[in-house]
Design a protein around this ligand. Structure first.
Ligand code: ARG
Length: 458
C-alpha cells in the first residue's frame, strides 16, 4: 500500500473500494509541475525564515528540481496507488533527498496546497486560451481581408434580411472573441491570488513570510483571509463560465458555417481536412468537425452547473467534495483549448462560392429597407414609408413582378415621392455602400476595421 500523509492516527486501513472512490491521482497528476513549483517557493521561504534548516531547504529544492526535470522530459511517472499527486510528490521527494523531505509540509496543509496548485494551473492555461483566441481572431481577420469584396445575405429568424459584406460578419465574430479574451483577462486577475500559507484554515503559529511566496510565484496578491483561501473555488467557476461563453460563440460560428455549406445555401465549401463522408450515401461531404465543435460546446454549461452545484451547499471551509472541481475544470480548459485551435484551422480551409453569392445577393427583397430610407430622405415619415414599401413589395410578390420592371406611373401609384431613381438602389454593392452609420457594413468602414484588427492582433 502506498504511503499516506496521515497514517499514524489510524489503526485500520481504507477499504479497497473506498480507495478507488476517493483517490484523485488519476486526474490531479496534471498538477505535478505546479505542485513542485509551489513547493520550491514554500521551501525557500521556510529556509530563509529559519523555520527549517537552510541545508534541508536546499536539499528539498534540489530534489523538486529533479522531479521538474523529469516532468519536462516526459519521463515522470506517478504512483497510481498514491492518494493524490501531492502525496506522491512528497513520497518521491523523500526517495530523492531523504529525511529533509519530511520538513517540506511545515506550515502548510494540502488544503492550501491544492488550491494554490489549481490557481497556478489556471493562470498558465488562461495564457494558452488567450493566445489561442488571438490565433483564431487572426485567422478570421485574414479570411475577411482576403474576401473583403464579397457580399452575402444576412439573416434574422434565419429569414433573408439584408445584404452585408462577408467581412462584416467575420468581424462580428472577432468582436465576440475579443470580449471573451477580456473576460479571461479579468478572471486571471482574481485567479492570481496566493493562497499558500493559509494552512488548514486558520494560518500558522510559525513565522512564515507569505509575501515572499507571493512574489516568488508571481501572484498579484496574497489572500487576506485564511478561511476564504481554502474554502472558495469561485475563480475556477468564473473561468468555467467564461469558457462556456466562448464555447457558445464557437458553436454559433459553426452553426453559420454548417448552414452555409448545405447544398441549399451553397455559399462556401470546406476543406476536406474538416469533413467526412457517409458510409451509405456516396455524394455526401459532412461538416463533422464543425458539428462536433458545436456538439462538444454543450459540455461547458453542464460542467459549469456541476461546479456551481458542487460548491453551493458546502459549509466553510475545505470539504473533500472540492476534489471534484478538478475533473470538471480540466475538462473545460483542455477542451476549449483544442476547439479554439481547430476553429482557427477551419477558417483557413473555407472557399467562397463567389458566383453563387453574386446571384443570391441581388434578390430585390434585400433592399426594401434601403428604399424605405430613400423615402424618409425625401421627407416621408418612417411609418408611412414602411407602409408604402410594404404595399409595393406585396403587390410585386403577388403578381410575380419585379420592382425593376415597374413603370414610373406604377411607382407613382404607391407614392408621388417615388421615381425611377429608386431602381438604382436595387443592387447589393449600392446597398452596402449606402450604409453610413458607424459600425455598419459600409465597405470603407469595414476596411478600416480590418486594418485596425490587423494592427491590434499583431
Ligand atoms: N486531493 C484533495 C483535493 O483535490 C486534496 C487533499 C486534501 N485532503 C484533505 N483531507 N484535506 O481536494
Amino acid at each position: 500500500m502506498a504511503t499516506k500523509l496521515w497514517g499514524s492516527r489510524f489503526t485500520g486501513s481504507l477499504s479497497k473500494l473506498s480507495e478507488k472512490f476517493t483517490y484523485s491521482i488519476s486526474y490531479d497528476s496534471k498538477l505535478a509541475l505546479y505542485d513542485c513549483i509551489a513547493s520550491i517557493a514554500h521551501a525557500e521561504m521556510l529556509g530563509a525564515q529559519g523555520i527549517i534548516p537552510k541545508k534541508d531547504a536546499a536539499a528539498i529544492v534540489k530534489g523538486l528540481n529533479t522531479i521538474i526535470g523529469s516532468i519536462e522530459a516526459g519521463t515522470f511517472k506517478y504512483d497510481a496507488s498514491a492518494e493524490d499527486i501531492h502525496t506522491d510528490i512528497q513520497v518521491q521527494l523523500k526517495k530523492l533527498v531523504g529525511d529533509a523531505a519530511d520538513r517540506l509540509h511545515t506550515a502548510r496543509s494540502r488544503n492550501d496546497q491544492v488550491v494554490t496548485d489549481v490557481r497556478l494551473y489556471c493562470l498558465n492555461h488562461l495564457e494558452n486560451i488567450m493566445a489561442r483566441l488571438d490565433v483564431l481572431q487572426i485567422s478570421i481577420v485574414k479570411f475577411a481581408d482576403k474576401n473583403q469584396d464579397v457580399i452575402i445575405p444576412a439573416y434574422t429568424h434565419l429569414q433573408s434580411a439584408q445584404v452585408v459584406l462577408l467581412a462584416h460578419q467575420m468581424l462580428a465574430y472577432v468582436e465576440m472573441l475579443e470580449r471573451d479574451k477580456g473576460r479571461f483577462e479579468d478572471a486571471a486577475k482574481r485567479t492570481s491570488l496566493n493562497t499558500l500559507g493559509a494552512c488548514a484554515l486558520s494560518g500558522t503559529t510559525l513565522p512564515t513570510d507569505r509575501q515572499r511566496v507571493t512574489k516568488d510565484l508571481g501572484f498579484l496578491a496574497t489572500s487576506a483571509n485564511s478561511m476564504d483561501a481554502v474554502a472558495d473555488r469561485d475563480f475556477l467557476i468564473e473561468i468555467a463560465s467564461d469558457i462556456a461563453i466562448t464555447g457558445m460563440h464557437l458553436s454559433r460560428m459553426c452553426e453559420d458555417l454548417i448552414i452555409w455549406v448545405t447544398s441549399e445555401f451553397n455559399f462556401v465549401s470546406l476543406d476536406d481536412a474538416f469533413c467526412t463522408g457517409s458510409s451509405i450515401m456516396p455524394h455526401k461531404k459532412n461538416p463533422d468537425v464543425l458539428e462536433l465543435i458545436r456538439g462538444t460546446s454543450s459540455k461547458f454549461p453542464g460542467r459549469l452547473m456541476e461546479l456551481l452545484v458542487l460548491m453551493k451547499g458546502l459549509p466553510l471551509t475545505y470539504n473533500r467534495d472540492m476534489q471534484m472541481d478538478k475533473p470538471a475544470l480540466f475538462d473545460c480548459v483542455e477542451t476549449i483549448e483544442d476547439m479554439l485551435a481547430l476553429m482557427a484551422e477551419v477558417f483557413s480551409g473555407i472557399t467562397i462560392k463567389r458566383d453563387v453569392l453574386k446571384e443570391r445577393v441581388n434578390a430585390e427583397y434585400f433592399f426594401s429597407v434601403d428604399i424605405l430610407d430613400h423615402l424618409v430622405k425625401k421627407g416621408m415619415s418612417y411609418r408611412q414609408a414602411h407602409d408604402t414599401v410594404g404595399l409595393m413589395v406585396k403587390e410585386c410578390l403577388d403578381k410575380g413582378q419585379s420592382i425593376k420592371g415597374l413603370s414610373l406611373a406604377q411607382l407613382k401609384r404607391f407614392s408621388p415621392l417615388l421615381d425611377n431613381d429608386v431602381k438604382d438602389l436595387l443592387s447589393a454593392e449600392v446597398s452596402v455602400k449606402g450604409k453610413k452609420s458607424f459600425g455598419s457594413t459600409n465597405p470603407l468602414l469595414v476596411r478600416k476595421q480590418i486594418d485596425q484588427w490587423k494592427k491590434r492582433l499583431k
